[in-house]
Design a protein around this ligand. Structure first.
Ligand code: ADP
Ligand code: GLC
Length: 492
C-alpha cells in the first residue's frame, strides 16, 4: 500500500512558534502520524522565530503571489522527524511581535494577506506538481480557511481538504474587497460561499468549501451546531453534520512527562509522588509563596492551586478572581499560582490580588514554557473554569502530573474529566477531577471547597492522583482516527 501523503497547514507549531494549544497539536499530531507511517509534512509561515529555529533550510521554489515575492524553503522539525515547508515572504512575516498580533496586542492590519498567502500556498501544494503532492491538505483554524475555497475553484486534479476547527470563536473576517485582492472569484462572495454578514470569513470559507470538517473533541462537535456555541456558524455546521467529526486531542506524552520533564525541579512517578512535593516547595521558593507547614494536609503544606492560561473571557478566570481572597484567607488557607497573558483588565485585577495577598497568591504574566511545566508539576489542583473549551490540553497535562483538575462541564473538558462524585469514587479507576456546571463564581467556590475536602483525605486524594496518572492521553488512538478519516477522503 502506498503511504498517505498529507500537508498539514498551520499558523503555529511548537517548538517553532506557539501561542496556545494549536501550537502543541501541530507538533504532536504530525509526530504521531509519522510514527504510524503517514507521510505528513507541515506548512507554516516564515516568521522570524521559525526561520531562526530551522537552520538547514534549502531553497526550493520562487513564486510571485499577490504582488509579493515568495520563496518556499524546506527543512525538518528540530526533533528530526517531520519535514517542514516554510513560506518566506519578508514583507509579510519578517517583523517583531507575535504571529497574529503586534507586541502591543493589536491584530496585524494585513492579516488577511498574511494568512491569505498561507492558504494560497497550501492550495498550490494541493493542485500543482509542486515539491510534494499531498492526497489531503489538512487545514487548521481560520488562518488556513481559504485553502478549501481556492481548491474548490481549481480546475486541476486536486487534493481532498480537511478543515479542523480548534476554536470557532476566531473566524478571520475581513472586508469584502479582500475577495478580489486574494484572487478568489466574485461568486464566492455569497451566502453559499465565504460571505458572512457582509464580510468575507476565512473560517466560513473553510467550513463551506472543505470536503470534511473535524474539531478537537466529540462534545464540541455537538456544541458548535447550536447557537450558544456556534458563533453564527452553527447553521452551516448543522447542515454539514454528516461531514463533521469530533476527534479528541491527545498530548505529547514524552514532552509532558513528570518522569523526564527537563523543566521541572524534581522528577517523579505515579508510584512515588515525593518528587511532586519537592516541586511544590521549589516553586513556592521561586515565586515567594509562604513555605509554612499546614496541619491536616497530606502534603504537609497548604494546598496549591495552579492556573496556566490565556487571559481571555473564554477561559472564565473572571469567575475565579473574585473568590480568590476567600480561598486563600478562609479555613482552607490555600495558595494560588497563576501564569497567563492576554486581556489587560484581567492582568490588572490579578496584579492587584497578588499585591494584596503576598505569600498567598503569585501571578506571572507573559508566555513562559518552563514555568508552565513547573506549575503542572507543583500544583495539587488545576483550575480551568472555561466558558467554552474546544478541547483543552492543560487539564490533560495536569492529570499526567497527578494534579487534579477542576473544570466546567463544557467542550473537551466534559469529555476528559470525570467528576469525583461519591459513586464515581467507588468505581475502580474512574474519577479524575471536579466538574461544575454553571458560569458562576459561587458554584466554582463550592466545587473548590469540595476538592479541598477531598484533598484533606489522604486516601481519596491518592486514589484520584492514581486514576489521573493511569489515564492514557497519548495521541495514538486519535491519530488512528485521523488516518481513517484521511483514507475515507482519499477514496471519495
Ligand atoms: P488554548 O489553546 O485555548 O489556549 P489549551 O489548553 O488547548 O488552550 O492549550 C494551551 C497551551 O498553551 C498549553 O500548552 C499551555 O501550557 C500553554 N500556555 C497558555 N498560556 C501560557 C503561558 N502564559 N505561558 C506558557 N504556556 C502557556
Ligand atoms: C484551541 C482551543 C483549545 C484546544 C486547542 C488545540 O486553542 O481553545 O481548547 O485545546 O485549540 O486544539
Amino acid at each position: 500500500m502506498t503511504k498517505l501523503r498529507v500537508l498539514y497547514a498551520t499558523s503555529e507549531a511548537y517548538p517553532l512558534v506557539k501561542t496556545g494549544g494549536l501550537g502543541d497539536v501541530s507538533h504532536a499530531l504530525p509526530t504521531a502520524l509519522r510514527q504510524l507511517d503517514v507521510d505528513i509534512r507541515i506548512l507554516i509561515p516564515g516568521y522570524p522565530q521559525v526561520l531562526e529555529k530551522l537552520s538547514l533550510l534549502e531553497i526550493h521554489e520562487d513564486l510571485e503571489l499577490f504582488n509579493y515575492s515568495v520563496r518556499i524553503l524546506a527543512g525538518i522539525m528540530p526533533d528530526g522527524l517531520t519535514p517542514v515547508y516554510v513560506i518566506d515572504c519578508p514583507a509579510l512575516y519578517q517583523r517583531e511581535g507575535g504571529p497574529y498580533q503586534t507586541a502591543a496586542g493589536h491584530d496585524w492590519s494585513d492579516n488577511a494577506l498574511r494568512f491569505g498567502l498561507l492558504s494560497k500556498v497550501a492550495a498550490l501544494f494541493g493542485d500543482h506538481e509542486f515539491l510534494f503532492k499531498p492526497d489531503v491538505v489538512h487545514c487548521n483554524d481560520w488562518q488556513t480557511g481559504l485553502t478549501a475555497a481556492f481548491l474548490a475553484y481549481s480546475t486541476a486534479p486536486r487534493a481532498r481538504t480537511l478543515m479542523s476547527i480548534h476554536n470557532v470563536a476566531y473566524q478571520g473576517t475581513f472586508g469584502a474587497e479582500m475577495v478580489g485582492l486574494l484572487g478568489l472569484p466574485p461568486e464566492s462572495f455569497n451566502m453559499l460561499g465565504l460571505e458572512f454578514y457582509g464580510m468575507m470569513s476565512f473560517l466560513k470559507a473553510g467550513l463551506y468549501y472543505s470536503d470534511w470538517i473535524s474539531t478537537v473533541s466529540p462534545n464540541y462537535a455537538r456544541e458548535i451546531q447550536t447557537p450558544a456555541f456556534g458563533n453564527g456558524l452553527d447553521g452551516l455546521l448543522a447542515l454539514r453534520h454528516d461531514q463533521l467529526t469530533g476527534i479528541l486531542n491527545g498530548v505529547d506524552i514524552n514532552f509532558w512527562n513528570p518522569e523526564a520533564d527537563q523543566y521541572i525541579f524534581s522528577p517523579y512517578t505515579k508510584s512515588n509522588l515525593a518528587g511532586k512535593r519537592k516541586n511544590a516547595q521549589a516553586l513556592r521558593k521561586k515565586l515567594g509563596l509562604s513555605l509554612a507547614k499546614a496541619d491536616r494536609s497530606p502534603t504537609g503544606y497548604k494546598p496549591l492551586l495552579g492556573v496556566v492560561s490565556r487571559l481571555t473571557s473564554q477561559k472564565g478566570l473572571d469567575l475565579f478572581i473574585p473568590i480568590i481572597p476567600e480561598i486563600v484567607n478562609g479555613a482552607e488557607g490555600a495558595q494560588v499560582v497563576i501564569l497567563g497573558s492576554g486581556d489587560q483588565e484581567l492582568e490588572n485585577r490579578l496584579q492587584q490580588l497578588a499585591e494584596m495577598l503576598p505569600g498567598k497568591v503569585s501571578v506571572t504574566f507573559g508566555y513562559n514554557e518552563e514555568l508552565a511545566h513547573q506549575i503542572e508539576a507543583a500544583a495539587d489542583i488545576f483550575i480551568m473554569p472555561s466558558r467554552f473549551e474546544p478541547c483543552g490540553l492543560n487539564q490533560m497535562y495536569s492529570m499526567r502530573y497527578g494534579t487534579i483538575p477542576i473544570v466546567r462541564r463544557t467542550g473537551g473538558l466534559a469529555d476528559t474529566v470525570i467528576d469525583a462524585t461519591p459513586e464515581n469514587l467507588e468505581q475502580q479507576g474512574l474519577a479524575t477531577g471536579f466538574v461544575f456546571e454553571k458560569e458562576d463564581s459561587r458554584e466554582l467556590l463550592q466545587t473548590i471547597k469540595r476538592a479541598l475536602q477531598a484533598f484533606r483525605d489522604k486516601n481519596t486524594w491518592r486514589k484520584l492522583q492514581q486514576n489521573c496518572m493511569n489515564r492514557d492521553f497519548s495521541w495514538k488512538n486519535s491519530a488512528k482516527q485521523y488516518i481513517a478519516l484521511y483514507s475515507k477522503l482519499v477514496q471519495q
